[in-house]
Write a protein that binds this ligand. Structure first.
Ligand code: GLC
Ligand code: CA
Length: 548
């Protein structure tokens, strides 16, 4: 397959399977315990064999790693620990040779506190143009020692930090992530330069970090946290403001200057009805839908989410996105194995982590079984599917990372009250045994548990029925089948979801506790062994071809 052979491939992203690589935890080429770009390049054959359309690289920029690389020191370079720009070019070239596109993470809401701009801001006087690139404010009280507002940060602590001359700056995330002022023309222009910089190096598109936060409206009299909580979209000073789309309209002009146009997917935690603004074709083009990621293993919930998202994406002229895992949430094999059958099933699995991950409440087998059924359902839906590294191995969350190894600021800033996201970022197991299970020749930067080896690539490669082989086959079959986007539900009993795609492609998922009858036809792939013909066991998905 060749990329870019026709300009008609401007729509490739609409039904793509995009695989998220978290570079520090994928493969380590030089034994320092940190995954790197040459490591990813060395695994291109693996990615090609998996059958994905694109790789999304989480940040690989120079960074102090105050937030796993989402604290960027320089947007147009590679962290020396991860490689060089030449390594980046090699990776893009190697993927391209396999027909795999590259999407990179761009982090426009905040820089790191080591970015040249922030250093300059600190060295410059109050009210200077250098400070105007960020949100600096005087404090309250006679001596200005009270923060400008009481806003609590999702990562723990306050959103305001004081600098030596007494002013305070805004950071929605960690203190090492000062928020940029997107009303500043220089900020806007510089990001356009960054977009072009990477596009000229062969990048196909961008995953836009917290795309709903860039625009801010900070009046002299700042509202309190309690007042903000009452403010809906549009009115809220920080989130999902309407004027954020002016930024993306400008980005679109850069996107369209390339052939095929660059693509983007917004990470926007907004109300579903507002998602379409980010996915608009005059804006970023596509937006993440995290609804299934947050849903219970429940047929009615799934069905409602599917219907809603197909409708919303169509209204925006976009295609829907489907996600079960990423680097910010508890791996779905684990979520689905928690507290089975209880209506209070902890959707994001944090409760389990907080409890220290006792095995009693985690049914590992059930989790993997549902994860396999879930991904087959996702891959049969119209739209693009975003996979997270390791899910193709049926990898579980690591719930019990010792305190001293934890890196996530959400853990550190909340003094452990939030378990953080390290458990899904543990370096991948490539081999059954050996130092860091084949991740590299040194020990991994986050410790891997002994059970990791059993979910390794080596154990699953070529083994019929393994999760890795299930993914490979599903991606291969999907590639042959997706011709158009039509989609139709079939009547099915309560907890069974049955829909049909073009060419007589049926997908049936049984979310009930009882077996369900299957429609007639040729079984193309099943998430479980179908011991009894015509019957689908619980927590399983099958694709059936009925033919024209
Ligand atoms: C996004 C990223 C997350 C990061 C945050 C701040 O939500 O996915 O990992 O911590 O933005 O950049
Ligand atoms: Ca390394």
């Amino acid at each position: 397959m060749e990329i870019g052979s026709e300009s008609a491939d401007r729509d490739w992203w609409r039904h793509a399977v995009v695989y998220q690589v978290y570079p520090r935890s994928f493969a380590d080429s030089n034994g320092d315990g940190i995954g790197d770009l040459p490591g990813v390049t060395s695994r291109v054959p693996y990615l090609a064999r998996l059958g994905i359309d694109a790789v999304w690289l989480s940040p690989f920029y120079p960074s102090a790693l105050a937030d796993g690389g989402y604290d960027v020191d320089d947007y147009r370079d590679v962290d020396p620990r991860l490689g060089t720009l030449a390594d980046f070019d090699d990776l893009v070239g190697a993927l391209k040779a396999e027909g795999i596109r590259v999407v990179i993470d761009i982090v426009p809401n905040h820089t790191s506190n080591r970015h040249a701009w922030f250093r300059e801001a600190l060295a410059s006087p109050q009210g200077s143009p250098a400070r105007d690139r960020y949100h600096f404010r005087d404090g309250r009280g006679p001596d200005g020692s009270t923060p400008p507002a009481d806003w609590e940060c999702g990562f723990g602590g306050l959103m305001w930090t004081q600098v030596p001359d007494g002013q305070w700056y805004l950071h929605i995330h960690a203190a090492e992530q000062p928020d940029l002022n997107w009303d500043n023309a220089e900020v806007r222009d510089d990001f356009l330069t960054t977009l072009r910089f990477w596009a000229d190096r062969g990048v196909a598109g961008f995953r836009v970090d917290v795309a709903h936060m860039l625009a801010k409206d900070l009046p002299d009299d700042l509202p309190s946290d309690a007042q903000m909580a009452q403010m809906g979209p549009g009115a809220h000073p920080l989130f999902d403001r309407d004027d954020v789309h002016d930024v993306y309209a400008q980005w679109r002009t850069v996107f369209e200057a390339y052939d095929p146009p660059l693509t983007a997917v917004a990470e926007a935690w907004v109300l579903p009805e507002r998602r379409g603004r980010y996915a608009s074709q005059g804006g970023l083009g596509q937006a993440f839908n995290f609804d299934l990621l947050r849903a219970n293993w429940d047929a009615a919930e799934f069905r409602q989410i599917i219907d809603r998202n197909l409708r919303l994406a169509a209204t925006a002229g976009s295609s829907s996105t489907w996600v079960l895992s990423n680097h910010d949430v508890v791996r779905h094999a684990t979520r689905y194995g928690l507290a089975q059958g209880t209506p209070e099933h902890p959707q994001d699995g944090r409760d389990w982590l907080l409890a220290g991950g006792p095995e009693v409440v985690l049914d590992r087998e059930l989790g993997i079984r549902r994860a396999r059924a879930g991904v087959l359902l996702l891959l049969a839906l119209p739209g693009s599917t975003y996979l997270y590294q390791g899910e193709e191995l049926g990898l579980h969350e690591v719930g019990d990372i010792p305190k001293e190894f934890r890196q996530d600021p959400t853990y550190v800033r909340t003094a452990g009250a939030d378990p953080g996201r390290d458990g899904c970022r543990v370096p991948l197991p490539w081999t059954r045994s050996g130092t860091s299970f084949g991740f590299g020749t040194g020990s991994a930067h986050l410790p891997q548990p002994p059970w990791f080896g059993e979910s390794s690539v080596e154990v699953e490669d070529g083994v019929e029925g393994s999760t890795l082989e299930l993914y490979r086959r599903a991606l291969a079959v999907r590639r042959e089948l997706t011709a158009d986007t039509s989609f139709e539900w079939h009547a099915s009993g309560g907890s069974v979801l049955h829909f049909e795609r073009p060419g007589g492609w049926h997908c049936v998922t049984n979310l009930a506790t009882e077996p369900a009858p299957l429609p007639p036809g040729e079984v193309m792939i099943a998430s479980v062994d179908l011991a009894e013909a015509g019957v689908l066991p619980p927590d399983a998905t099958v694709w059936i071809l009925t033919g024209p």
